[in-house]
Design a protein around this ligand. Sequence first.
Ligand code: FE2
Ligand code: FE2
Length: 389
Amino acid sequence: MEKKSILFVDDEQKILSGLKRSLHKNREVWHMDFASSGKAALETMSNREFDVVVSDIRMPEMDGIRLLEEVKKHYPKAVRIVLSGYAEIEKENKAVLVAHQYLSKPLNTEELDNTITRACNVQDRMNNNELKEVVSQMGTLPSLPQVYLEMTEALDREASINEIAYIVKKDMAMSTKVLQIVNSAFFGFIRQISEIREAVVYLGVDTIKALTLSVHAFEECKSSRVIKGFSPDDLMNHCLKVGNISKKLAIKQGLNRKEQDMAQTSGILHDLGRLILFSKKPDIFEKSHAAALQKQTLESDIENEMMGMTHADLGAYLLDLWNLPYEIVEAVIRHHDSSADSLDGPGIARIVYMANGYVHMKDDDSVKTRELYCIDHHFCKETAFLEEE
Ligand SMILES: [Fe+2]
Ligand SMILES: [Fe+2]
């Protein structure tokens, strides 16, 4: 595998030397560069390509936020990680906009090492040749809907709820479908929600955005093909359930509102790759679906055997193409990856992995399902609160 290039930026020489020392063991797999200011970092970046940039927030002259804004603009493919101390807490809101991940100081090297390694793994999976090959044979992939772009643009200039609702309402077909979903049992509202504005208030803009993406993708992937034991409607329902459970797990684990919404969005979109395979590669989809049932294994394992990539890779690839946040792309790519369960702490990838397993267990609580989704005592303990609701 190719060596990854990582750039560390901090104005404190002591911290840079500490990083150099503690990450020395990674020199076989990482090429590491160290810069002591934002300016120096940009200079280094103009000379070579970097996969990951890790920056301190508080630095004289150009601070970490400004640096990462530049990196985002000129090197959008690099994963941006911010290191912040408690004093910078107010700045963190801004950091959410420019960083993919943040780690708090004092730095735990193991955590930093894990975070960078995970980011590199996601990038590698996106660069998988088999995946590119499959995508290249597919012709057009679902496009990013206009309404999503308009909403994102409106949010950037801090538009009001009314304005957001107006944008969604302009697309009559989509808003009707969104309301239909909102009023289905999944969201558990006691009374009917009859207006998009209300839906935006109750669900939040991020969930509405995820719903428009999902509705649009399902519209674009309509197909007359009939595959035994599969229906796009069931898939949509499954995704909504996983979205809801993801949000509940995120709340229970004390994640902030932004992260809760990201967890729900990831859940709603996690199986988008299955939808695309169904509409663009129906023969492969049919075969892997049948083989998974017959062998009682995961479809993703069969897909891997058949194509060297899975529906999780494909879905994440599309979301990355659409420029969705890294956390969502990572959660989607890892939703069948049992090592996501062993990640430390309440990460979004771990939450979506668990939510998907939970929904499968609810649909079919057999020994096999429990085995496939690694549902053990520990898992049940963590999800027990969902039973009480
Ligand atoms: Fe899946
Ligand atoms: Fe799923």
